[in-house]
Design a protein around this ligand. Structure first.
Ligand SMILES: *[C@@H]1O[C@H](CO)[C@@H](O)[C@H](O)[C@H]1NC(C)=O
Ligand SMILES: *[C@@H]1O[C@H](CO)[C@@H](O)[C@H](O)[C@H]1NC(C)=O
Ligand SMILES: *[C@@H]1O[C@H](CO)[C@@H](O)[C@H](O)[C@H]1NC(C)=O
Length: 801
């Protein structure tokens, strides 16, 4: 799952339990304007090279770990940053450019309420629409999206031009054709982050339009043509300043109920205060539900105007066709006989991931000796796990996202990867979660915003680097970028190896577990990404974690190969030695194998018998007594140092996933495949579940309000890695006979199960989901989750064994 926030219960449930309006809004804080920001902007290669050398040679670094970014990798492409795109991931329909001072375009809409509060649709919210998502989008030049709301079906399509303009079309159709078509309010707005970067104004003419100017774009105009102009009531609003995280509130405050020729309607009223210029302008159109809008963003200095009418339709079709061709080249689905619903799911999986790539500018909040300091500023370009729920960057998710994106658009992927690596600090730490603006903070309860520079997250990026660097032509085209990436990846590796070091040189330990809590059944390991997957019951610094060792084995192997190209033979040799050490089978068995349970496992201070029990306290108050209840952990058997033999699941599969169980080790390999295929343990008809049903932690709550998460559910990224590895074992020369056949059969069954269940759920609900129920196959958690669940497309594109 998307790596959760800092300490405490993990985000998904926390936010699900917490309606938007109860959340605290973050105030925008000033950036830390370090010198590297300017370096980044200027991208001066010579200065960078000097700085890189300085860092390499261990030159003096001023400032502390939370304040100093590494020298940035120069952007791999010639991008002015002024091209429009759907870079506002959390909006149903929002456009901006990558530039920090870009105008922001957005759309809001709501049914004309029959009394009561208008339910404004603006930011994606998982409990509002029947379904929605990009059906075709390339993440760069166009998108087609369907939004199935309760009374209307909306289609939002857009294309951009190289001249920093765009056009869009919004088609609204009521679900039911009846004599009195319902009326819907459509709001189209532009916003600027601050008045110092430009201004907006409302034209004096009768046009439905917003005009404005910024330094980068010059004079521009957003114009809206409505197919039902005569049947519409048009009002507008201009505000000098808004909090971008509170646009809904600003707009709601200015709504008035008005008697109109079309009945009672909500309109916008400027009120007493009138402004010539502002940073937020919105055109409100109360229109029949059966309406169509054509939106154009033009610039005075641009010679081209964006296509409208028939030309728009033609251009859109052209881009859809281009998308289809690239899609087929990248994923080869045509010959694989997938059903129409499976094919539709495959396109949505990719399009919604590309269509929700976002851009953010700002600083993280980071923990530093008891206080919270800004760390940045960063420019992040990243895919997101989920538009309504996790509309921001997550480190280990992103490694998976980019596996998919790099297949379709390797340069776009490279841009995201460099943006991520550019957030690294001098020690090699990368924040796990990127919460970089007031808008981003709005979605996160404040106590979970600060990032901890001692806490890691799985380096899934090494799988990506391993994959993309196999294309030597691509590497040669972007050699300088890849060299810089190698340098940072090596730095990150070193940080992981030292900051997460374990009690032996060959063991590693996730930091950030709570060793004193008695409120959790099993203290979580948020750093691992697997959150509540059970680990040693009594966290201490003697424990060591199997999955982390395997991640680092993979990282060592990948760096050993990359060092051959980007560094010295000596360095390659040192990574190879580390790989040999971490993958040494006798040692792996000694550290992590338990005969009891015949499985690989974590080691630590662990009790095989713990439970949660309810506690009560009577609180005396002025108006009588109240009873407070909570759960506390009871340890029925004292813990001792041992292997975790009672939690077979994803962690225990990591040696197989990392490919470090030699194919000749038949007995142990067979044991793991046995766990995998046993329906009482990990096999389900929908995919591999995260935890064996035989574990006492299976489906167990971690606290009263914290239901099982990685304790049974089926998660796509691990299933994907597993399939990938099974496919590799199947062709290993050292593997023969019945075990090979079993592995091949497992691969086939698993692939089929995953695709079939995801497609079934997609057809049933219109969504890909965060994880899937291991008993029913039903989608669970946040949705749409077109982050790593979209890896189903990679699975579909693999040839059958
Ligand atoms: C992109 O390339 C063009 C032509 O080579 C150049 O004029 C322009 O300044 C470049 N833009 C950026 C942002 O590098
Ligand atoms: C919109 O959602 C409704 C309710 O889920 C469904 O019956 C209908 O088929 C959907 N329409 C489209 C075009 O997807
Ligand atoms: C561990 O959890 C307890 C409560 O369960 C909390 O008071 C404490 O601050 C936590 N420790 C850390 C380091 O987060």
């Amino acid at each position: 799952m998307p790596a959760p926030m800092a300490q405490g219960s993990n985000r998904p449930r926390l936010l699900q339990n917490r309606p938007d309006k109860n959340k605290q809004g973050g105030e925008r804080r000033g950036f830390f304007s370090g010198p590297f920001f300017y370096l980044f902007v200027l991208g001066a290669p010579v200065v960078l090279a000097c700085l890189a050398l300085k860092f390499l040679s261990g030159g003096e670094v001023r400032g502390s770990d939370t304040e100093v970014l590494m020298p940035p990798i120069p952007a791999p492409v010639n991008d002015s940053g002024l091209t429009w795109g759907t870079l506002r991931a959390q909006h149903y329909f929002g456009l901006r450019t990558r530039h920090p001072h870009s105008p922001l375009f957005g759309m809001m809409w709501f049914d004309q309420p029959q009394g009561g509060h208008p339910n404004v649709r603006h930011w994606c919210n998982q409990n509002e629409l029947n379904s929605y998502g990009w059906t075709h989008a390339d993440g760069r030049t166009f998108g087609r999206q369907t939004l199935n709301d309760t009374t209307v079906l909306l289609q939002t399509d857009w294309v951009n031009t190289d001249e920093s303009t765009f056009s869009a079309r919004v088609v609204s159709k009521p679900h039911k054709k009846s004599k009195d078509t319902p009326r819907v309010n459509f709001y189209f707005y532009l916003a600027l982050e601050s008045p110092s970067h430009g201004r907006l104004r409302l034209p004096k003419s009768k046009e439905i339009a917003i005009e404005g100017k910024t330094e980068e774009l010059g004079e521009f105009k957003l114009k809206i043509e409505s197919s039902q102009r005569d049947e519409s009531i048009v009002t507008d609003l201009l505000l000098p300043r808004v909090n971008l995280a509170k646009i809904n509130d600003h707009v709601l405050q200015k709504m008035r109920v008005s008697q109109t020729p079309h009945g009672i309607a909500y309109v916008l009223a400027q009120g007493e205060q009138k402004f010539e210029e502002g940073t937020f302008a919105v055109m409100a159109i109360n229109a029949p539900a059966d309406s169509q809008f054509e939106i154009t963003f033009t610039r005075s200095s641009s010679s081209d105007s964006p296509p409208t009418g028939v030309a728009f339709e033609k251009e859109l079709q052209l881009r859809v066709e281009r998308f289809e061709q690239r899609f087929e080249t990248a994923f080869n689905l045509a010959e694989k006989n997938y059903s129409p619903s499976e094919s539709a799911m495959a396109r949505v999986a990719l399009s919604n991931m590309l269509g929700s790539i976002g851009v953010w500018h700002g600083s993280n909040k980071v923990k530093k000796s008891g206080s919270i300091v800004p760390y940045g500023p960063h420019m992040l370009l990243s895919a997101v796990p989920s538009r309504p729920f996790f509309p921001r960057g997550f480190l280990w998710d992103e490694g998976f996202h980019q596996l998919l994106i790099s297949r379709f658009d390797p340069v776009l992927s490279l841009e995201c990867v460099t943006a991520w690596l550019n957030t690294m600090n001098v020690n090699g730490w990368i924040p796990r979660e990127m919460i970089l603006s007031a808008e981003a903070e709005e979605k996160v309860p404040s106590e979970y915003i600060p990032q901890d520079p001692t806490v890691a997250n799985p380096p899934s990026f090494f799988y990506l680097l391993d994959t993309v660097t196999r294309d030597s032509m691509f590497v040669n085209q972007h050699r300088a970028t890849f060299s810089a990436i190698y340098f940072k990846a090596a730095k990150w590796y070193k940080w992981l190896m030292t900051s997460q070091a374990g009690r032996y040189s060959d063991s590693l330990r996730w930091r950030g577990r709570n060793g004193t809590t008695i409120r959790e059944l099993n203290p979580k390991t948020l750093a691992s990404g697997l959150d509540d997957f059970p680990r040693a019951s009594h966290p201490n610094d003697k424990e060591y974690h199997l999955d982390l060792r395997c991640w680092m084995a993979v990282a060592s192997r990948v760096l050993a190969r990359l060092a051959e190209t980007f560094s010295t033979a000596d360095e390659a040799e040192s990574y190879r030695r580390k790989y040999t050490e971490l993958s040494n089978f006798d040692n792996l068995v000694q550290r992590h194998w338990t005969e009891e349970g015949k499985q690989f496992a974590d080691f630590g201070l662990h009790s095989l018998n713990v439970r949660l029990a309810e506690k009560k306290k009577i609180i005396q108050g002025h108006h009588g007594n109240t009873v407070e209840t909570w759960m506390e952990r009871v340890v029925d058997e004292p813990p001792k140092e041992r292997h975790m033999s009672d939690a077979m699941g994803y962690v225990g599969l990591f040696p197989l996933i990392a490919g470090i169980v030699p194919p000749t080790e038949h007995a142990k390999l067979k044991a793991i495949i046995g766990h995998l295929n046993d329906p009482e343990e990990l096999w389900t008809p929908f995919g591999i579940r995260s935890l064996s049903t035989l574990s006492p932690y299976y489906r167990a709550h971690n606290t009263k309000d914290d239901p099982a998460y990685w304790r049974g559910s089926i998660w796509m990224p691990i299933n994907y890695l597993l399939l990938r590895s099974l496919g590799e074992y199947a062709v290993e020369p050292g593997l023969e006979g019945q075990l090979r056949e079993e592995i091949v059969a497992t691969h086939r069954r698993l692939k089929k199960a995953l695709v079939a269940n995801l497609a079934k759920e997609f057809t049933r609900t219109g969504y890909l989901w965060e994880h899937y129920d291991d008993k029913t196959g039903e989608g669970k958690g946040s949705h749409p989750m077109t982050g790593w669940t979209s890896l189903v497309l990679m699975v579909m594109s693999e040839d059958d064994l």
